[in-house]
Design a protein around this ligand. Sequence first.
Ligand code: AMP
Ligand code: MG
Length: 325
Amino acid sequence: MICLGIESTAHTFGVGIITEKGKILANVKSAYTTKEGGIHPSLARDHHEEVAESIIQQAIQQANIKEQDINLISFSQGPGLSPCLVVGKEHARDLAKRLKLPLVGVNHCIAHLEIGKLLTKAKDPVLLYASGANTQIIAYDNKKYRVFGETLDNGIGNFLDRVARNMGFGFPGGPKIAALAKKSKKYIELPYIIKGMDVSFGGIQTNIQQKLKNGFKKEDLAFSIQETVFAMLVEASERAMAHTAKRELLLGGGVACNERLQEMCDIMCKERKAKSYVPENQFLTDNGLMIAWQGILQQKQATKTYKQDIRPRERTDDIEVSWKS
Ligand code: AMP
Ligand code: MG
């Protein structure tokens, strides 16, 4: 079985193609970026509409297959921005209709976790999912991927993007903060907000805005931001690992591309004789391949049919894990 998967929850329109055995045939994407300011949902939608057909065709070419070789189409149902989700769904539906193939809708967050497991061979990890709109600490327990901790307000990526915007940079801001942070070792105290296993970034953002007005250096702030917010994520992840007695940590989401976050996760895991796994960057940020792989997992257990609507607010723990992974 070969599945073509379409991702379009937010800034990225991506198409991946993968076989039932997990052989990667293609992963092509185009991301909406800005010189200044954040994501505008309707502009991201326009971007997706503009590139969709070409990205689908490029993926088929990269896979070196014919359309007729594809057996299944999948798409990201949510969570995500409705205008963006609709583009992915419509292109997936049209393709499935034209090629007379089954269509499977999948949950984006779970797809991050399952592709990470496939690529790293982690068996039963705690996932630290740190992306633009989502920040969750997820682990499998009794037929569901349970959320052990999460952000109470913004995703960590959106937080970094907003801070970068306040500093005068465009989207995505995370890599710009990361580059600035490398230029400093001066720690400026910032609020450290973790409530139980949940984190929150709004207060920290306001505090930074104030500090920027008061003339603190951008690179010192960038360094301090990373040290503070990544420590919050590592603390919550460690607690989830202790609670579930799991010995693997898997990173997912665009913010997981950050080398300092990876290093901190690695240190924490070594201290508790656990292992930290990080897939390659192209599979950490949003991508079509993870959607294709999740499509395969769900289609292989044919007892359940999946609805084909978009679900902008779907939660990780809404989904019953009925596939074997
Ligand atoms: P995703 O939504 O999973 O595709 O991730 C996108 C988010 O990842 C954006 O908010 C980016 O700013 C952030 N991001 C990408 N690369 C890095 C990096 N090296 N460090 C921190 N954040 C990053
Ligand atoms: Mg994502």
